[in-house]
Design a binder for this molecule. Structure first.
Ligand code: BES
Ligand code: MN
Ligand code: ZN
Length: 498
């Protein structure tokens, strides 16, 4: 999709649709305050006023009305979208508005959409959010549908109507980079297990890295054996697909030695059957999204390569397929992790933490000073927080506060979870240093506690995205399927690093 800023009088904007926003306060007072909406009202001989008077529009967020062939406008259609309360209007609402408008218009075969926001609201982050909403809303998980009709529903141009300033031009460019990178992650997550094996994920990462001037290295199974990544290899051994440890590096020029170096680690289980502790058949098909954390960190570094913050960032994705089979790891097996600590594998379905601990130790060896991992780690986080919030665990609260501020700025909902030392008792093993599961209660916490044992003493944050990486139902502004959660938060955090 092309994203363009156009500085033209509203009446002359040529597009299949022109979208303006109307707020609840305007509906209540029956006075149109926004410059774009009041101009559109005048040009259409009072159509928007009429919507207010007949109470067809109340300004509620995402409410929509449309007028075909509006007199006084070059656009083929005028669309009014509710903006909710102006006091709580932020980039988060705007992202939803452009997304919902675009999805609706796309279904009606529009190819170009113009959007005009009140100039008083036009900031860099607002322009960014407008572009993001459009591009994120455009994504469909329909890659494997062969119906040629789907090509008819395609938005070619998103036109942001405003007087040109560098702030707005930059905002739109930022938004395009962020959303395309989030869609890159969603595209990977949507790939089924037969088409996206660990080797294919590595090839996709390599291709992306070369496209954006990033360094990419992939550790092979042999190399991992030499190094002693027993925890990761134990998970991989049940599959005939070889594992890969994918490493993508972004290195800004001229950072003094001793600067921070952020590791973004993402769980990359390309399919999770559970292994010998096999999962029930019902719903197992969804386990193709068990590499959503890996996709998120690759998406984030793809954006950072273009936005170029003065912070070194390395993405690490341990990629494996978790399968049962004659060579698969058994419950009770004891593996030695790269860091030397031993683990008793009481349940082969708790595999994410096993691959992550070897990647965490490797990130430390690469000199990373700060660690953040994203993983579809536990069903228990879905019980705790549902599908609304990402669960956030840490060994460093000020680092977590920075991440939560980034998440808030990007309207990605995340909620802090506890990690008291007492939970460590759950992971006791009679035969090894730790067990890989912690029993029935507090399952998301014992999983995080397990990771903490390897992350300490580095500042570390763990995001459990099992409940938020996949949308079970479409939203007006997003298709059903992979959400691409955490990409924007990671990018925002790295760009505003303190
Ligand atoms: N990938 C799953 C977690 C998961 C479950 C993600 C549901 C998305 C939806 C993970 O590997 C897993 O199987 N976890 C187990 C851990 C248990 C064996 C301690 C779980 O949550 O049941
Ligand atoms: Mn599992
Ligand atoms: Zn898993």
């Amino acid at each position: 999709m092309n994203v363009k800023l156009i500085s033209q009088p509203l009446a002359q904007v040529q597009a299949d649709a022109l979208v303006v926003v109307l707020f609840e306060a305007e509906a209540e007072s029956k006075t149109i305050a926004g410059e774009a909406a009041s101009l559109a009202n005048q040009l259409t001989g009072g159509w928007i006023r009429e919507l207010l008077e007949t109470q067809e529009m109340t300004g509620k967020l995402l409410e929509m009305a449309e007028l075909a062939r509006p007199q006084g406008l070059q656009a083929r259609k005028l669309v009014v979208v509710g903006g909710g309360k102006p006091s709580s209007f932020s980039p988060g609402e705007l992202r939803k508005i452009t997304g919902a408008a675009l999805r609706k218009l796309k279904a009606k075969k529009a190819h170009s959409v113009a959007f005009a926001l009140d100039p008083a609201m036009c900031t860099e982050m607002m322009a960014s959010a407008a572009a993001e909403g459009a591009i994120l809303g455009d994504f469909e998980p329909d890659r494997y549908k062969t119906d040629p009709k789907k090509n008819e529903e395609k938005i070619e141009d998103f036109l942001f109507v405003a007087s040109e300033t560098t702030e707005l031009v930059q905002g739109l460019a930022r938004g395009q980079i962020l959303a395309e990178s989030q869609n890159f992650a969603r595209e990977l997550v949507n790939e089924p297990g037969n088409r996206l094996t660990p080797a294919v994920l590595a090839a996709r990462a390599r291709e992306m890295a070369s496209q954006f001037g990033l360094e990419c290295e992939v550790l092979s199974e042999d190399r991992m054996r030499q190094l002693g990544m027993g925890a990761l290899l134990g998970v991989a051994q049940g599959s005939s697909e070889p594992p890969a440890l994918i490493i993508v590096r972004y290195k800004p020029e001229g950072t003094p030695s001793g600067s921070a170096h952020l590791a973004l680690l993402g769980k990359g289980v390309t399919f999770d059957t559970g292994g010998i502790s096999i999962k029930p058949a019902d719903g197992m098909e969804k386990m193709k999204y068990d590499m959503a954390g890996g996709a998120a960190v690759l998406g984030a570094i793809r954006a950072l390569a273009q936005l170029k913050p003065p912070l070194a960032v390395t993405a690490l994705v341990p990629a494996v397929e978790n399968m049962p089979g004659g060579r698969a790891q058994r419950p009770g097996d004891i593996v030695t992790s790269l860091a030397g600590k031993t683990v008793e594998v009481l349940n082969t379905d708790a595999e994410g933490r096993l691959i992550l601990i070897d990647a965490i130790e490797y990130a430390k060896r690469l000199g990373c000073t700060h660690l953040i991992d994203a993983a579809t780690l536990t069903g228990a986080i879905v019980v705790a927080l549902g599908t609304v919030n990402v669960g956030v665990f840490t060994n460093n609260e000020s680092f977590r506060d920075q991440l939560l501020a980034a998440a808030r700025a990007e309207a990605e909902k995340m909620w802090p979870m506890p990690l008291d030392e007492e939970y460590k008792d759950l992971l006791k093993s009679a035969f090894a240093d730790l067990a890989n599961i912690g029993g029935r209660w507090g399952g998301a916490i014992s999983a995080a506690m397990f990771l903490k044992e390897w992350a300490d003493p580095h500042p570390w944050i763990h995001l459990d995205i099992a409940g938020t990486a996949w949308l079970e139902e479409a939203k007006p502004y997003l298709a059903k399927g992979p959400s691409g959660v955490a990409v924007r938060t990671f990018v925002n955090l790295a760009m505003n690093w303190k």
